[in-house]
Design a binder for this molecule. Structure first.
Ligand code: NDP
Length: 284
């Protein structure tokens, strides 16, 4: 709801997650706001799953106009809102909520466009006809499967610790292309063209155990997780001589720009933010 604002009172936005302290979203949206002269503040809200619905609705009732939603709440957020964009409806996962004047709570998912933008435009990877392995079947994986399959991949395998979830996701997306779900142990070569880590294992300093044959000298390995230095996944990939490893900074900034566009009607330039994050990640 657009509550009446005093002149100069910044509009309120934020990110809800558990944990959320690792988030760079306040920094990113702060830079976007400055660059586009938008009067807003962006905060972090650590809300555990049991309180998610009540506390998130309370934030909107208190005047917050938009929220990013991060782990583990993306699927709960799809159930909370009263309208979904087509891409969020397809994913049944929401990473962005906008609260409009008519009290509509609109749920969107910008993770998919964020990832494909980073892969294609920033990293110059052509996805068509590629064999792709997705690790994880949580909220982030849900958001990116549709946009990836739209690129006419040759094959998409989803592997997850809880195999039921991977198989369910594959069944949900079977109409869009060649997709299968399995456990990590069931994976086998030949090496994939692209492996995307969409598990949260890196946040715990872990990574799924997989047969080494899935990585070859031409494999590109992308960890959605981000942070200073290597993640366990990018380190593993490098040890197996993957062609290239990348972390999720670009996806993070591009999905944020799409959220900003939904909230403010402007898509900010992402390159200055990426450059600032690269400099900071080297220092911190
Ligand atoms: P969820 O909590 O929804 O899902 C977590 C996933 O990770 C599940 O598939 C879970 O498996 C798996 N998992 C967790 N721990 C382990 C482990 N120790 N070993 C193997 N698998 C594990 O999280 P999200 O999907 O929202 O986020 C996943 C990751 O992607 C996070 O690191 C997040 O920071 C990152 N991310 C990055 C973005 C970016 O812009 N760069 C955007 C979105 C997410 P199971 O089903 O068995 O529990």
């Amino acid at each position: 709801m657009n509550l009446p604002h005093e002149a100069g009172t910044p509009d309120q936005y934020g990110v809800v997650g558990h944990p959320v302290a690792h988030s760079w979203s306040p920094f990113i949206h702060g830079m976007f706001a400055k660059a586009t002269a938008q009067n807003l503040v962006y905060r972090m809200f650590d809300i555990p799953p049991d309180d998610f619905r009540r506390e998130t609705l309370r934030l909107f009732a208190s005047g917050v106009r938009g929220l990013n939603i991060t782990l583990p709440h993306k699927q709960a957020a799809a159930e909370l809102v009263n309208e979904l964009t087509p891409r969020a409806a397809r994913a049944q996962a929401v990473n962005t909520i906008a609260f409009f004047e008519d009290t509509t709570l609109l749920g969107d998912n910008t993770d998919g466009v964020g990832l494909t933008y980073d892969l294609e435009r920033n990293l110059h990877i052509d996805l068509a006809d590629k064999r792709v392995l997705m690790l994880g079947a949580g909220g982030a994986a849900r958001g990116v499967l549709g946009p990836l399959l739209e690129r006419e991949l040759r094959e998409l395998t989803v592997a997850n610790r809880t195999p039921f979830k991977a198989r369910k996701l594959a069944a949900e997306y079977a109409d869009m292309g060649q997709i299968v779900g399995c456990t990590f142990a069931e994976l086998q070569g030949p090496p994939y063209d692209l492996i995307i880590n969409a598990t949260s294992a890196s946040l715990q300093g872990e990574m799924p155990e997989m047969p080494p044959g899935v990585v070859g000298e031409e494999t590109i390995c992308y960890d959605m997780a981000y942070g200073r230095g290597h993640t366990p996944f990018t380190l593993w990939a490098q040890q197996l001589h993957a062609r290239r490893t990348s972390k999720g900074w670009g996806m993070l900034v591009e999905q944020a720009a799409e959220s900003f566009l939904l909230w403010r009607g402007i898509r900010p330039s992402t390159q200055p933010v990426l450059a600032a994050l690269a400099a900071l990640a080297q220092q911190t």
